[in-house]
Design a protein. Structure first.
Length: 537
């Protein structure tokens, strides 16, 4: 019995184990097949990359235009991208265009200002603004105007254009001055407490409060409140530079599609998305409940959405609305980002240059004194037009430190440059090296000198069109330029009168630029010595 049992047990065991063996064999075969398939897939992918890279790397040698063979600088970025481009720009002189490789991707560098203007102005519709894949479903916060193309961009731009009209700007002036007063109170406090402060950091708080109150009717409390939720959110976005870096690395390797495959969002942190969606929802609700409508950007966006919904309803149309909740939230977000990083950074560079050039600071003060005398002691919106020298100071700061040191475009189709017998292919990436143009002695003699007089009435006709592009040019030129001028003039005119601003032991001369920031930024911050001035009568 025992034996039979043993036997049958053995048989069962055998059967089981042979079953296991068969199963195991099948599994092994299947896993070998899977491994083969995987190996084939990887091999296919690698060969695709090799072929693609090879094709790309021969793009310029076959083109007949001068090029830089394999720039290590575009792999490791040992310096800020604007400086890398300046290096290529100088190496490719005196040709109007030249080629280089951004990792594997051929990029056309435009050295000629006239050609830059043609791309930005006359033939702007033949170019896309960038080559990034934008997935609005995955990434609703990417549905902002800068990412739009064609008819969709044109309609939104037309709808948004009036938000910074002269009348609207004038309406924002008193709110802007309130932020200005808050800023001086804050600086007085820091100085009284003997606290050193980094200038850009302080200007960022000011610029955030300005855009918050003027464009959205929100008190961000960035200056007053160290724990301001807005500031944390904004700082969080800027700290996400690793995600930005990773994204741009994959793009430059021609692997932007991997981001879509891995569903990598533009902003890794979902709290930012939620924050702006809730912000818009709350604003709409509050304004509807209180019946208060304001004369600001938020109201403009709400009205546009409302008008569109009404017109679609009336025409019984099934057309897709343009002003979706995502478009409203994403554009709110964009205006915050554009509105505070660029202006704050430029203000910091301006105070740095004023501290290093006391004669320029004195001229600013003289101008403010004369303007105040003319306007009854008040810095009003109407008095801003008299601050012509301060305007030159801003223009010169934006020449020396353009917030965006380069602009990108991508050809939608083949595009002919008949003057050099070269046709760029469809989807060619084009780089307009704004920083390099601004520092070319051919256009701006002695480019490292801070000389606001380059932009004076008598001299500004010497500026070669297309060589000075701090706000871009043509139909896609910056929408917030006049707003930024107003904000910067308000800050400069008030602060130069209130404080003596001098270099301190920590002031870095010359400045080094942060390597990875998109916006031009001093790597080690801007540190100056601020002391209250005796108020002159
Ligand atoms: C010193 C301050 C600023 C600088 C230097 C600056 C620079 C620029 C540049 C160079 C462009 C064009 C990019 C291109 O063509 O590739 C641009 C576009 C844009 N800027 Fe500004 N900007 C500043 C302030 C602002 C402010 C304060 C706002 C809004 C509150 C703003 C909103 C925009 C928008 C919406 C676009 C996209 C326009 C479009 O695609 O049609 N900017 N900016």
């Amino acid at each position: 019995m025992g034996c039979a049992v043993k036997d049958s047990h053995f048989k069962i065991h055998l059967r089981q184990s042979s079953g296991t063996l068969v199963g195991c064999n099948m599994l092994c075969q299947r896993s070998a097949l899977q491994r083969w398939a995987l190996e084939l897939l990887v091999l296919g992918f690698l060969s695709h990359l090799v072929v693609r890279y090879w094709r790309n790397y021969t793009a310029w040698s076959k083109s007949g235009i001068p090029y830089i063979p394999f720039p290590r600088d575009c792999v490791f970025y040992p310096m800020h991208k604007s400086l890398t481009l300046q290096k290529f720009y100088n190496e490719l002189a005196p040709n109007p265009v030249g080629g280089f490789y951004k990792m594997s991707r051929p990029v056309l560098l435009v050295r000629d200002p006239e050609l830059a203007r043609r791309i930005l102005i006359k033939d702007f519709s033949q170019f896309k603004i960038h080559d990034k894949e934008v997935n609005e479903k995955l990434d609703p916060m990417s549905a902002f105007i800068f990412n739009f193309e064609g008819e969709r961009w044109k309609i939104l731009r037309q709808k948004l254009n009036p938000i910074f009209s002269a009348a609207k700007l004038k309406g924002m002036w008193s709110q802007m001055m309130e932020c200005q007063e808050e800023l001086t109170r804050y600086l007085d406090r820091l100085i009284a407490e003997g606290r050193e402060f980094e200038v850009r950091g302080v200007m960022k708080k000011f610029a955030l409060d300005v855009i918050g109150t003027c464009a959205f009717g929100l008190n961000c409390g960035a200056i007053q409140d160290e724990e301001s939720e807005f500031r944390k959110i904004m700082d969080g976005i800027i700290k996400e530079s690793n995600v930005f870096f990773f994204r741009s690395l994959l793009h430059s390797m021609g692997l932007g599609w991997v981001l879509a495959l891995l569903e990598v969002k533009r902003l890794g942190d979902k709290t930012v998305e939620d924050f702006f969606f809730n912000l818009v929802r709350e604003c709409v609700k509050l304004r509807a409940e209180s019946g208060n409508s304001r004369n600001d950007l938020m109201q403009h966006l709400i009205n546009l959405q409302h008008e569109e919904q009404e017109s679609l309803k009336q025409s019984n149309s099934n057309a897709k609305p343009l002003m979706t909740d995502a478009v409203v939230a994403a554009n709110t977000f964009e205006f915050f980002i554009d509105g505070f990083e660029t202006s704050a950074g430029t203000l910091a560079f301006i105070f740095y240059e004023l501290a290093l050039n006391p004669e320029v600071m004195d001229k600013c003060r003289e101008e403010v004194k004369a303007t105040l005398a003319k306007h009854g002691g008040n810095l009003s919106y109407d008095s801003l037009k008299d601050l012509t020298y301060i305007q030159c100071v801003i223009d010169e700061a934006l020449r020396k430190y353009p917030a965006l040191g380069r602009m990108e475009r991508v050809s939608k189709d083949a595009y002919e440059l008949s003057e050099i017998s070269f046709t760029m292919k469809k989807n060619t990436i084009i780089n307009i090296p704004v920083y390099a143009l601004h520092h070319d002695p051919k256009y701006f003699p002695n480019p490292h000198r801070f000389d606001p007089d380059r932009f004076s009435e008598e001299n500004k006709h010497n500026i070669v069109p297309g060589s000075y592009l701090p706000f871009g040019d043509g139909p896609r030129m910056c929408m917030g330029m006049r707003f930024a001028f107003m904000e910067m003039k308000a800050a400069i005119a008030s602060l130069v009168m209130k404080y003596d601003i001098k270099p301190s032991e920590k002031t870095e001369v010359p400045l080094k630029f942060a390597r990875t920031n998109i916006v031009t930024t001093a790597a080690n911050g801007i540190w100056l010595n601020w002391t209250p001035r005796k108020i002159e009568n």
